[in-house]
Design a protein around this ligand. Sequence first.
Ligand code: NOJ
Length: 582
Amino acid sequence: MTKTYTWPFLIAVLLASCTNQPETASTSPEQTESAGTWWKEGVLYQIYPQSFKDTDGDGFGDFQGVIEKLDYLQSLGITMVWMNPFFESPLVDNGYDVSDYRAILPRYGTMEDFDEMLAGLHERGIKFVLDVVVNHSSNEHEWFKQSRSSRDNPYRDYYHWWPAEKGDPPFRRSLFDPEGAWEYDSLTNAYYLHYFADAQPDLNWENPKVRQEVYDIMKFWAEKGVDGFRMDAFQFASKDTTFPKWPEGHEKDFIKWYGMRPQLHDYLKEMYEEVISKYDIFAVAEGAGSTFQDAHDLVDADRKELQMAYHFETVDMARTTDGYTLAEFREVFSRWDSAFVDQGWIAVFLSNHDNARLVDRFGNPDPAFRAVSTQMLNTFLLSMRGTPYTYYGDELGMTNVDMPNIEDYVDVAAIGDYKAAVAQGRDLEEFMQQLNYYSRENGRTPMQWDDTEYAGFTTGTPWKRVNENYREINVAAQDKNPNSVLNHFRKMTKLRTSNPVLVYGKYDLLDDEHPDIYAFTRTLDDEKILVLLNFSQDTSSIQLPGMVAAEEEPLINNYPSLEVAGNTYHLAAYQAVIIKIK
Ligand code: NOJ
């Protein structure tokens, strides 16, 4: 079967070659750099604002919608919210094309609404993480309008330009545009660079004025009270601006050639100095380089750069309908964990707005297994070391939608992939089958609040089709059921946030060859917790000599009971248990 590779997948190929595994050591907050850091101890919930809750009937989520759901957010037991971009934008890439970094897109509300939302979160003990999209801006940003207006405009060097009289610019791949990353602009007879869509010109980070503009924007939001920054596509910010010709096939090593230039670290140190160090704030990078060394160089505390990163190797495991194996899953998570035992910190996630739904990719969306397999995955995410990130709707087990026709897609990435498939003469039926499975549109459908029309998301016409299964999968129904996916999620956040062993405890993998069960312990000082997760739809058993439960009842169990005989644990389909060990 032909595989469809999107850009995060290419990144993952690189990361898969990281094999350095430092020795594990017993960790406790006192012994490591981890001590007392709120963003390590928290649970992050990601809101895609466009799809969360609409209150004015325009079919588009808004800040007042989030305000209406503040108590729901608090009831989840989460401690941080990361919200995708809500700034002024022509929405070519749903807000990842910002035309004014200090203005709110009116569809979301006003700055007063933002302040009210932020205050409401803070009152409930929830921190706010802002999406900072500064590898590129929108082509409708004033900087770009000025920049393209003439070759001697003071903003010319805010972007990367290649004068046409020098001939064709050296090839650069674009992640969204099959025609490449240089776009010709006749106004000044020059090409500009865009690693993403042509409406997203890359900012020139080598220009100190650009960097200062970015720090000023970050300070503006920090002064408003945001608690964290998520740095979009940040590993690509710094480039070799001599634009040499690169060897054939270079685009397969995307990070090495396109990003992570050494000077990126100087800029991050500068950003730390100018912004991060001045507030009780953290910054998380989208992307962690292509080696563990790269990742450590970004996030280790003594570097004074960023505080956390997330890598793509795990989410990219299940990017095609071929799926993934438990062996791969366990190996990837264990390898990344072992690389961050003593230094640095990473996020743990399996889904976000750039991916299809958690249960479709890593669990089992069959109605017989959807709930238990989502509970199992949420148990995993919330018991692993690293800050857990949950994407809205995954606390309910929301699923993919069926979109077999390209005409139904609006996402710039999906359309770019389709154009590339056409240009390459691929089998389009097979391509559409894959797109329907992996497309990020699957993860952007309206939140399913109840079983009324449009799932209670809007009184108007939703910008995106609501998943037909909203009558069964919705907050109102799950709220009432103590065994629902939602209530399991709440139990897990409570366990996580009240047990430092789940945050800082040493991770040890058990029985790394088991075909179905992922078993590991977390240990902190004299506390030990056993996590058992059956990744299969069949019952499965695991022998664990020496693992004696300290209490009769497991701390977490997504089934009414657990069968144990001697040192053998029998797990039902997708059963997930957490047991305190003597
Ligand atoms: C990464 C974001 O997560 C994605 O949604 C966006 O399309 C690209 N960066 C470009 O900003």
